[in-house]
Write a protein that binds this ligand. Sequence first.
Ligand SMILES: [Zn+2]
Length: 63
Amino acid sequence: MTLLCERCYGPIDPDREDFFRLAHISHADRYGDVVWNDATVHTAPSCPALVHSGGAGQRRRAA
Ligand SMILES: [Zn+2]
């Protein structure tokens, strides 16, 4: 399974790049069970979107 970064939309190489796994609530079904969406995001120093914008290591909101 290919992992994609939610911040830069680029692929994540799990063997060479640092990343987080995130879980977002999608919705609850009629029985009250929560359906989760799993996502991944590079850590700030590994994300091209932040490194190339000069924002690595700063607290920034993902685009
Ligand atoms: Zn990224």
